[in-house]
Design a protein around this ligand. Structure first.
Ligand SMILES: Nc1ncnc2c1ncn2[C@@H]1O[C@H](COP(=O)(O)OP(=O)(O)OP(=O)(O)O)[C@@H](O)[C@H]1O
Ligand SMILES: [Mg+2]
Length: 427
């Protein structure tokens, strides 16, 4: 259920964002609590009651806004609103009830992609998602499906690069019993399975030319024929395609049909590689560090300073998937603390080359905005480390000194992979 009317007024959007933030703080309190005493339970219950009341109030307000919907048209002639900062853009997406769970990042290019996905999702227009391997193309396809009118209908994924040429037609369109050797029964293809839902055509650049012709025909006619059958079946599947190839180049080389490209790319979304959004690495390290620890049922692993430095500066040719894999590897192999030796051998720096230099890590090539964000991140981390040292690792005390919400402080510590226990005085 969509909680928020996208045409609604700005005040509601902000309130929804505030509510979500409160829920996140409660979730993180629960997640990090090793045990809860009665007073803690009572406190959480009180917070939950306040949240419930606020939701009720917003719901009344929303009905009111809908009732006076003429109000929305009033805004049409107003001055253009200046571009909001990225944190706000992300919150605004959340507030409009756009579902993009598990998709992190405040990078403007990622937000551009999410905002295009938000607009494309409710339509039936084909979407082409491109980006390097591991940048989240499949995740984006699921986001588009989850936010569309077909969300409760099938989502069928086809890896076009993994089907042998001889089976392609049968895989996509199905076959009739006896159509070829081995066709022992009638079988539905992926398009029929995706009827009324979404079909995700992954690695579309790998589809051989004969397959491209067949796909084009389906896109034009919305009809398929099972292999060995004369019967035409109408299929209504929303198409989302993905590729890590440059399809324009493939068109020039004659291995991808231009007409198919235009059919598929009515809406075109490009995902940025992780090396262009290095400022988001701390958040991803914290998230996947926690996820891996949870999956392997162990305590989160602390990272030595030099491992952390490496992970912050590494270029991640395999993008977010590679980062995630590294964190799972570390959670599996390391004890309480992980060091460079826990990295996969092919990326592990030689012992003499462990001290990073600005020229070697590509910092010289990042944009001014990224440099600023990286510097602010670094400053935040130093400040947290110094603060924790001063209070001997007592987060509650630090929160009191800085007049900050303790849960928020804990979220910041996790973002930087800092553990308060590492700052406890042992004597
Ligand atoms: N913005 C993001 N925030 C958090 N996790 C992400 C994000 N983007 C991708 N991931 C995670 O990275 C991994 C790879 O994502 P996904 O499989 O969608 O990439 P892909 O582009 O389809 O890769 P490939 O081209 O290799 O098929 C997944 O575990 C996904 O959840
Ligand atoms: Mg993929």
């Amino acid at each position: 259920m969509k909680l928020f009317n996208p045409g609604g007024e700005r005040g509601s959007a902000m309130s929804y964002a505030a509510l979500l933030e409160k829920i996140e703080i409660m979730r993180s309190t629960l997640r990090w609590a090793t045990r809860l005493e009665r007073p803690d339970v009572d406190k959480l219950l009180r917070q939950a009651n306040v949240l419930r009341d606020e939701v009720m109030q917003l719901s009344h307000k929303e009905r009111f806004v809908q009732a006076v919907s003429g109000d929305i048209e009033r805004r049409m002639g107003e001055e253009p609103v200046p571009e909001p900062p990225t944190g706000e853009r992300r919150r605004a997406l959340l507030a409009r009830s756009f579902v993009f769970e598990g998709t992190f990042g405040d990078n403007p290019k990622l937000l551009d992609a999410l905002e295009i996905a938000e607009k494309a999702a409710p339509t039936d227009l084909p979407v082409l998602v491109d980006g390097e391997s591991g940048t989240g193309k499949e995740l984006m396809a699921k986001v588009i499906h989850a936010n569309g009118a077909r969300a409760d209908k099938p989502y069928v994924s086809v890896n076009c690069g993994a089907i042998p040429d001889s089976l392609l037609e049968s895989e996509l369109f199905g076959h009739k019993k006896g159509a070829f050797t081995g066709a022992a029964n009638d079988r539905k293809g992926k398009f029929e399975s995706a009827h009324k839902g979404t079909i995700f055509l992954d690695e579309i650049g790998e589809l051989p030319l004969p397959g491209q012709v067949k796909l084009l025909r389906v896109l034009q006619s919305h009809e398929i024929q099972r292999v060995g059958s004369d019967e035409t079946i109408v299929v209504d599947a929303r198409i989302v395609a993905a590729t890590n190839k440059n399809l324009r180049k493939l068109i020039e080389q004659g291995t991808f049909r231009e007409d198919l490209y235009y059919r598929l790319s009515v809406i075109h979304v490009t995902l940025p590689p992780l090396r262009e959004r290095k400022d988001e690495i701390p958040l991803l390290l914290a998230y996947y560090g926690d996820e891996a620890a949870e999956a392997l049922k162990r305590r989160p692993v602390a990272l030595t300073a030099r491992l952390r430095d490496f992970l912050l500066r590494y270029a991640y040719p395999g993008n977010i998937r590679e980062l995630r894999n590294i964190m799972y590897r570390i959670a599996c192999l390391a004890g309480d603390t992980a060091d460079l030796s826990h990295l996969p051998e092919d990326i592990r720096p030689a012992p003499s080359a462990t001290a990073p230099t600005p020229a070697a890590d590509g910092m010289a090539n990042i944009s001014l905005a990224e440099a600023k964000r990286a510097a602010s991140d670094e400053a935040e981390r130093h400040c947290l480390e110094r603060g924790l040292e001063e209070v001997g690792g007592t987060v509650a005390e630090l929160a009191r000194r800085w007049d900050m919400n303790r849960s928020h402080l804990q979220i910041l510590l996790r973002k930087h992979g800092l553990h308060s226990k590492d700052f406890r005085k042992t004597h």
